[in-house]
Design a protein around this ligand. Sequence first.
Ligand SMILES: NC(=O)c1ccc[n+]([C@@H]2O[C@H](COP(=O)([O-])OP(=O)(O)OC[C@H]3O[C@@H](n4cnc5c(N)ncnc54)[C@H](OP(=O)(O)O)[C@@H]3O)[C@@H](O)[C@H]2O)c1
Length: 229
Amino acid sequence: MSRRIAILGGTGPAGMGLALRWARAGEAVVIGSRSAERAQEAAAKIRERAGAGANIKGDTNAVACAASDLVVMTVPFEGQAAFLKELKASFQPNAILVDATVPLAASVGGRATRTLGVWQGSAAQQAAELVPKGVRVVAAFHNASAELMNGDEPVECDVLVCSDDPEATKVVVELAAKIPGIRGIDAGRLENARIIEEITALLIGLNIRHKGHSGIRITGLPANAYRPL
Ligand SMILES: NC(=O)c1ccc[n+]([C@@H]2O[C@H](COP(=O)([O-])OP(=O)(O)OC[C@H]3O[C@@H](n4cnc5c(N)ncnc54)[C@H](OP(=O)(O)O)[C@@H]3O)[C@@H](O)[C@H]2O)c1
């Protein structure tokens, strides 16, 4: 079945990196933005780098969301709740919403090396509370460096994927594995998003301390826990 991945808030570094990698992998992508013009400019930049054959376009977040049953959200935590409330009517029934939001304290003027407490447990669980019934929220890509994702080299890290819907988890694990160097790993229920989101704050601290672009690798699991094998 052909599909188009919608990346909402896709004009920032996190969304652009995912769009670039998936466009290169042959996926059809639509970048979403609050401004259709900004989204189209971002899509043109990706096309320049991924090649003229890249299947990528840009539109408003609402149009992009309505056109896809596989939606990725890369907006800052401070905008996440209002954003989802505004888009509520745009989701397809049973859509998958991939949430990469990290509730960094920087959102409220604090440090990027600390996270905020979210009443629901995590940004992803907050998202799950705000989407229409039937939309399946999957937390993923929090620990992948946008800097590396926007480069040309393989991204050497694992992407932990969690949700309360095993079928949706499987789709996103496979999607992660389309990025060279990345392995997607089923990390269990959506409540684990709290831990995965917090790892990002630690990685940012490591990046500052050691001047790098850190990621994580999980070791010791049987080969079939990793995609690709
Ligand atoms: N950067 C990373 O390395 C990285 C890695 C993993 C996860 N993440 C997470 O991914 C998300 C995006 O990160 P980023 O660095 O790409 O962020 P960003 O550049 O600050 O924001 C991404 C896009 O979101 C839109 N946006 C900004 N404020 C908004 C608001 N209040 N309401 C609706 N849309 C808004 C903007 O697009 P328009 O103005 O075009 O609408 C912006 O280009 C964050 O939650 C972050 O924690 C980031």
